[in-house]
Design a protein around this ligand. Structure first.
Ligand SMILES: Nc1ncnc2c1ncn2[C@@H]1O[C@H](COP(=O)(O)OP(=O)(O)O)[C@@H](O)[C@H]1O
Ligand SMILES: [Mg+2]
Length: 266
């Protein structure tokens, strides 16, 4: 039970004074984090390695429970695994013994969606993420970028009300990364669900997000939330050339750099 009021209507996710300390640890992984993500927003969480970004996603997914404070999803406290959240973890985590089709259709199968409809939706998503021709391949036969595409399709296919992505494009080369970032922008333009992603790439945060949550380390807290004012649909190519982009990048870099300096001094 909690004495706190639930968040006002309109928040998809809300962390209210959340501290999480892992058992046996000497200090909390995150401390007193308060954060709200409005419905249908695209929010980036950025911060140095170890500051608690993945921990926040795990809390949102219901995989971890706070030591103090409350996590709300759609104004209800999260007390168990959150079935409304699709979680794209850092590794693609495709099931190696299933084809691309079967991997992408997994959530629909679990939800007992009839085979005809399932096939239609799988076909649609295979096209959307550009895996046509590879639907019957196995994960090991795909490149890293293709595996990532498949895992994104697998998460989005059942219209989850919130998508959590942990460094979705981390291990990919620069070109593939840019292409997938633009793809994700285009996909989100159609779907418009709530999407929270973790990154340590300042550019990526600005390209994609409506809001950038900057975390500081030791223990993890929210340092600042920056608004990204660019209109949508967005085109990364033209964004990068704009003056506003450079200004925002510098502001974000300033925050980030202060964080690094602070940690070196500490
Ligand atoms: N299962 C765990 N047990 C103990 N400590 C953990 C565990 N998972 C993460 N941590 C610690 O919590 C802190 C935050 O981790 P994490 O959320 O993974 O950071 P980030 O994703 O920002 O790199 C780190 O100091 C990490 O070492
Ligand atoms: Mg992490």
């Amino acid at each position: 039970m909690t004495t706190q009021e639930p968040g006002p209507p309109g928040d998809a996710l809300r962390l209210d004074g959340v501290t999480l300390e892992f058992a046996g640890s000497h200090r909390p992984a995150i401390r007193d984090v308060s954060l709200r993500v409005a419905r249908r927003k695209l929010v980036a969480i950025i911060g140095p390695s170890g500051c608690g970004k993945s921990t926040i996603l795990n809390l949102a997914a219901g995989l971890l429970a706070p030591t103090e404070g409350t996590v709300y999803f759609d104004d209800e406290p999260v007390t168990a695994l959150n079935p409304a959240a699709a979680y794209v973890t850092q590794q693609a985590n495709l099931l190696p013994w299933l084809s691309v089709r079967a991997n992408i259709g997994l959530a629909l199968k679990f939800r007992h969606v009839p085979k005809g409809e399932r096939d239609d939706r799988i076909n649609h998503w295979i096209k959307v993420v550009g895996l046509t021709g590879f639907e019957n391949h196995y994960p090991r036969e795909l490149s890293g970028g293709m595996q990532k595409r498949a895992s994104i399709a697998r998460a989005l296919i059942y219209d989850p009300s919130i998508v959590l992505m942990d460094e979705p494009f981390g291990p990919l080369d620069a070109i593939t990364r840019l292409r997938l970032q633009q793809d994700l922008l285009d996909l989100w333009q159609e779907q418009r669900g709530t999407l929270i992603f973790v990154t340590h790439d300042l550019n990526e945060a600005i390209y994609l997000a409506d809001e950038v949550v900057v975390m500081s380390r030791g223990p993890g807290t929210v340092r600042e939330v920056l608004q990204v004012p660019f209109s949508r649909p967005r085109d990364i190519g033209s964004l990068v050339e704009s003056r506003e982009f450079a200004d925002l990048y510098n502001e974000l870099w300033g925050l980030f750099k202060a964080e690094l300096d602070h940690n070196e001094a500490a």
